[in-house]
Design a protein around this ligand. Structure first.
Ligand SMILES: Cc1cc2nc3c(=O)[nH]c(=O)nc-3n(C[C@H](O)[C@H](O)[C@H](O)COP(=O)(O)O)c2cc1C
Length: 272
């Protein structure tokens, strides 16, 4: 199952794989060996840290990994990406290439998860025509809740009431911002950190998307709609034993931002 293999011709017996293993399941004999398969977190630190690409685990060939030296992001450009990312609320009525969406999801899958559970499920709308169906379903459900007088008087009820009115009277979609795609993350409630894992995955997706020139916005309005119309989660085929993390819409931006915003100073509590 774990398939821990060491190429003895490449191994320089440095012991880094054993020293770095967070679960301490690699024993350093003449060459490293897997001492406890069940205890392995499957994090692949052993494969990543080996200076000579001698370690293979989970059937992965270390030569298929990307070398880090010379390939890491420039920190100044990364900071500009973080500061220059804006919530996009106007989208082109065009689907993104499916391959681009797949690439973003595959890379986002590398985001960390508690105890390396890797259990986050990406529920994605890859086509604008499916988004249209989802929108129709959501507005229909919201209409029923409203007609039954079940929209609460609080902020959620007020926001959803306003969104429904804008849709019915002007055809304006405040909830999805007429974006062609949606990404929702969920994870089994039984996993160690479902809430954190789902949020980290979306944050990772968002930065990668913006690096590719794809606009996104976190969709709290849709989360509100999901809360009052639980059947929408069934419509999206989200497993019932999953905790829904959050949702984000995305697509080709209709707007272009020309500079970073200026925030801060950051709130910092220095412990003395
Ligand atoms: C958890 C969360 C939920 C959000 N929900 C919505 C939303 O429902 N609709 C919307 O237009 N923007 C939403 N936003 C975007 C915020 O309004 C936005 O991040 C904030 O105004 C700062 O702007 P910026 O993202 O361009 O820096 C949400 C952001 C977060 C983090």
């Amino acid at each position: 199952m774990i398939q821990f293999k060491v190429d003895e011709k490449r191994c320089i017996q440095c012991g880094e794989c054993a020293a770095d293993c967070p679960a301490g399941v690699i024993a350093m004999e003449e060459y490293p060996t897997m001492a406890n398969e069940e205890g392995c977190l499957r994090c692949q630190h052993c494969l990543a840290i080996c200076p000579t690409a001698a370690v293979s685990i989970l059937g992965r060939n270390p030569d298929d990994s990307t070398a880090l030296e010379g390939n890491l992001a420039d920190p100044v450009q990364l900071a500009t990406l973080v500061k220059g990312r804006r919530s996009v609320r106007r989208y082109k009525k065009r689907d993104l290439p499916a391959e681009l969406i797949d690439e973003l999801l595959e890379v986002s899958w590398h985001a960390p998860t508690g105890v390396n559970s890797q259990a986050v499920l990406f529920t994605v709308v890859r086509e604008g025509r499916v988004m249209d169906k989802l929108r129709a379903e959501m507005m229909g459900e919201l209409g029923k809740v409203m007609a039954a007088g079940q929209l609460t008087d609080d902020l959620v009820g007020q926001y959803l009431g306003m969104a429904l009115k804008a849709w019915q009277e002007e055809g304006t979609d405040i909830i999805f911002r007429s974006a062609p795609h949606l990404l929702l993350t969920s994870a089994p409630k039984s996993s160690p950190c479902p809430v954190q894992d789902t949020h980290i995955a979306l944050t990772t997706f968002q930065l990668l998307a913006h690096a590719r020139g794809v606009g996104t916005v976190w969709d709290g309005m849709f989360m509100m709609a999901l809360a009052v119309c639980p059947d929408l989660a069934k419509w999206l085929a989200i497993p019932e034993d999953h905790e829904i993390g959050y949702a984000m819409v995305f697509g080709e931006s209709e707007v272009e931002y020309h500079r970073t915003v200026q925030r801060g100073p950051a709130l910092v509590n220095v412990v003395q």
